[in-house]
Design a protein around this ligand. Structure first.
Ligand code: ADP
Length: 183
């Protein structure tokens, strides 16, 4: 099963993706985590993307697409996986959609976590993970980028029956239950 967690920054994608990955025993691939690890380890990719993440902008489609395509070749992804933070643009969506179809393992479901904007800002400011992009300005910028570049991904999938809308307001357990009911 290949699941995609979709939604704005602060919607809880990472938290829910992690829980689901453990319960299904499949890997959780977060492109944001991948970039933060690269930055921390000062790899060539990390050096290249640090300023982009700090500015709340998006890493180039070509780079993200290439990294994800390489990563999922690993055999630990053979039994399915969960994507979190990817695809984040229409270009990324058409790339991964085509690639996975070609590999005879199409996307099974896109879980769209819905949370009102004010709640998002509040959550991110209080999560206190020390992320350099988690400032009020950084969050507003990421929300802006989300609306302009990422929300159109829903349109890309709208003629399929892949999208499940999940109310993302509630306790972690409540949201977990809604996800289980939807898949
Ligand atoms: P959030 O959803 O809270 O903004 P993420 O951890 O998903 O956090 O992403 C953090 C940053 O990493 C993004 O603001 C962006 O700079 C970069 N990033 C992550 N995934 C992608 C992607 N698929 N395409 C482009 N940039 C990405």
């Amino acid at each position: 099963m290949i699941l995609v967690f979709f939604g704005p920054p602060g919607a809880g994608k990472g938290t829910q993706a992690q829980i689901l990955a453990e319960s299904k025993n499949i890997p959780h691939l977060s492109t944001g985590d991948m970039f933060r690890a690269a930055i921390k380890n000062q790899t060539p990719v990390g050096v290249k993307v640090k300023a982009v993440l700090d500015a709340g902008e998006l890493v180039s489609d070509d780079l993200v697409n290439e990294l994800v395509a390489e990563e999922i070749k690993n055999e630990r992804y053979n039994n399915g996986f969960i994507l979190d933070g990817y695809p984040r643009t229409v270009n990324q969506a058409s790339f991964i959609d085509a690639l996975l179809k070609e590999q005879n393992r199409p996307i099974s479901v896109v879980l769209n976590l819905e949370v009102p904007k004010e709640e998002l800002v509040k959550r991110i400011l209080s999560r206190g993970q020390g992320r350099s992009d988690d400032t009020e300005e950084g969050i507003r910028k990421r929300l802006d980028v989300y609306h302009k570049e990422t929300a159109p991904v829903l349109d890309y999938f709208k003629d399929t029956d892949l999208i499940k809308h999940i109310d993302g307001v509630g306790s972690i357990e409540q949201i977990q239950e809604r996800i289980h009911a939807a898949i």
